[in-house]
Ligand binder design. Sequence first.
Ligand code: TXA
Ligand code: MG
Length: 348
Amino acid sequence: MKTTVWDVRDYTSNLIDYPNLSEIIETYQQGGLVALPTETVYGLGADATNEQAVQRIYEAKGRPSDNPLIVHIYDTDQLDDFVTHVSETTEKLMEAFWPGPITFILPLKEGYLCDSVTGGLNSVAVRMPSHPVARALLKEVALPIAAPSANLSGRPSPTTFEHVYHDLNGRIDGIIQSTQSEAGLESTVLDCTSFPFRIARPGTITRSMLNDILPNGIDEAQFDHSDKPIAPGMKYKHYAPETPLKIFNTLNQSIDTAEHDWSRTAFLLPESFVHFVPKAVHVMVLSKTDTDIQEANHNLYAALHQLDQLAEIDCAYIYGYPNNDEAEALHNRMMKAANYQYIQGEWS
Ligand code: TXA
Ligand code: MG
C-alpha cells in the first residue's frame, strides 16, 4: 500500500489553510487510516464508527483486538452520542484538563461507535487532545476518531514523524508530518466508572494535579507497577526496545571499566551525570538534571528508538529517576521498557 505523507509543519496553527486538508479529511471519512500528531505521542487514527476502518487499525499495528482504543473528540457535545452519563466530578476534571493529555474511561452508550473500538467492554476511553493540528482535524472531520499510538504493537510509542514512518510506512493510507510531540508519553488514563476514580495508566497529568481539582476523588493507591492488568492493554508487553535495558539508580565515580565493553554499552541519563561515565561511547542525554522530569518524558521514546538504530550494542543502562509524583509516568514507562530489570545500589 502506498502511504501518503502530508507535511503540515508550516500549518501547525492554521491547518485550515493547508492545501491538501480536504484529501486528509476524505481519507478518514472513507474509512482510511491516517497517523496524526498529538501532544502526547503520534496516534493512528480512523473513523471510530466504521467497523472495517477500526479493524484495519488492529491489523496495521499487529495489535490484539481485545485491547480497546481511545476515542478522540473535538467537543464535549460529542459525548452524548456514545456515553450514557458524565458525572459532575468527571465534568470538573474535563474542564480542568481538556483539551489535554488525559483520557477518561466512561460508561458506554451502545449503538454509535463500532464494536471493536471498545473490545466488547461496557465502557469507552475518551480523550480531547490539545495539539493544534489534532484539534483542527477533529473539528473538520466531524467524526470521533479512534487512535492508539502509531507504532507496531510492542514497540515504543512514536513521538516523531520518523518513528511513525519507520513502523507504518506501507501499512496505512497516510501520515501527517508534524514536529516532535511535546509531552512525549501517552496520556494519563483515569477510570471514572467507579468511585473513587482510579488511575489505570499514569501520565503527565499527575495524581497530585488530579487531587488538586478533586480532593479525595482519586484512589490513593499508588500505581501498581507489576503487570497486573488494570487497563486491558496492560497485560501486553509494551514499550520495549530491542536492546536489553536495565535501570540503575546510583552512579559512582569509581565504576570499574575493566568489566565493560564500552563500545557495546549505551547509557541514557541526565546530562549532569555524564561525567560519572567518562569512558562511555554511546551516551543519550534525557534531560539536564535528574529533576527535569518533563524534559525526560519528552525525550524518553526518541532515545529508545535511537537505541534500536545502534548496531552492535549488547545492553543499555537507563538512570532511574526519583519515583515521585511528577515522575510516576516516566518510571512506569522505564520499568516496562526495561522489563522490570532494576539494579538496586551501585552500578559497577
Ligand atoms: O496519549 C495517548 O493516549 C495516545 C494518543 C494517540 O492519544 N494514545 C494511546 O493509545 O496511547 P493506546 O491504544 O496505545 O493506549 C490506550 C490504553 C490501553 O492501555 C487500553 O487498554 C486502555 O487505554 N483502554 C482503552 N479503552 C479502555 C477501557 N474501556 N477501559 C480500560 N482501559 C481502556
Ligand atoms: Mg500504545
